[in-house]
Ligand binder design. Structure first.
Ligand SMILES: [Cu+2]
Length: 274
């Protein structure tokens, strides 16, 4: 009888705990409170998100089971109730069980994670390449083979930073020259730096890469939805680290072709003048 009552009480506590977690996740999902990572706009970013959620819920389940057993034992087997502790020493059976269960859980998490990592590292078959160079404190984008290259610096006026003017909606997340990339195109992105270590991070792409002087890191992306995606330098790189945002305009292939033509015009005009 007592056992049934306890079980009912515990089930109620666990269920309400789970419901609370669930509703928090729902609130975060609604965008009202952004706690979670974004789902992103590439297949890789979605896989990363799904992995993150899978592992989060595995951790929640483990937490519920472990803390449930712990609090149950602490409460219902406490000394004041006259419960006698078991006094056994060593139990091969228990040790094998608590080694095998985590092993299966870890392998179960490692298999999908490794699949995604391998996919992320597969740089082959890209249709275009952009070299990204970090500087203190701006980014340089070079479209290899297209004769396009420019600096991208934060465009938020310093008055806003020093609270002397009203802040823009995209305060310190806006630049003079955004990186423009076509959608539905497999793009290779090379990252490096010219002075100290920076890190190029646009959360919607699902990855970030260190930009290290003397090294070139590569990565690829295939953006599926046009839009404006914002990111930041994610490696503390000096005084203005907070003021080197990234703005990525993902546009249709036709718009991109037009943009490339526009960008190439000035240099064509220059070389004609030579
Ligand atoms: Cu930086």
């Amino acid at each position: 009888m007592l056992y049934t009552r306890c079980l009912v009480r515990f089930t109620a506590i666990f269920t309400s705990g789970l419901l609370l977690l669930w509703s928090m996740a729902a609130v975060a999902e609604s965008g009202w409170l952004q706690l979670n990572m974004p789902r992103g706009v590439t297949s890789v970013s979605r896989e990363v998100y799904d992995l993150h959620m899978l592992i989060l819920w595995i951790c929640v389940a483990i937490g519920v089971v472990v803390f449930g057993v712990m609090f149950y034992s602490m409460y219902f087997h406490r000394k004041s109730r006259g419960v006698e502790p078991a006094k056994f020493h060593e139990s091969t059976k228990v040790e094998v069980v608590w080694t095998l269960i985590p092993l299966f859980i870890l392998v179960g998490m490692a298999i999908p994670a490794t699949k995604t990592l391998i996919k992320m590292e597969d740089i082959g078959d890209t249709e275009m390449t952009v070299k990204i160079t970090g500087y203190q404190w701006r980014w340089h984008y070079e479209y290899l083979g297209k004769d396009i290259g420019f600096f991208s610096s934060m465009s938020t006026p310093r008055e806003q930073v020093y609270n002397l003017a009203e802040k823009n909606p995209d305060y310190i997340l806006e630049v003079d020259n955004p990186l423009v990339l076509p959608v539905d195109t497999r793009i290779r992105l090379l990252t490096t730096a010219a002075d100290v270590i920076h890190s190029w991070w646009v959360p919607e792409l699902g990855w970030k890469r260190d930009a290290i002087p003397g090294f070139i890191n590569d990565n690829w992306t295939l953006i599926e939805e046009p839009g404006i995606y914002r990111g930041v330098c994610a490696e503390l790189c000096g005084r203005d680290h907070a003021y080197m945002p990234i703005v990525l305009h993902a546009v249709s292939k036709e718009e991109f072709a037009e943009w490339v033509q526009q960008q190439q015009q000035p240099s064509t005009a220059l070389s004609a003048a030579d």
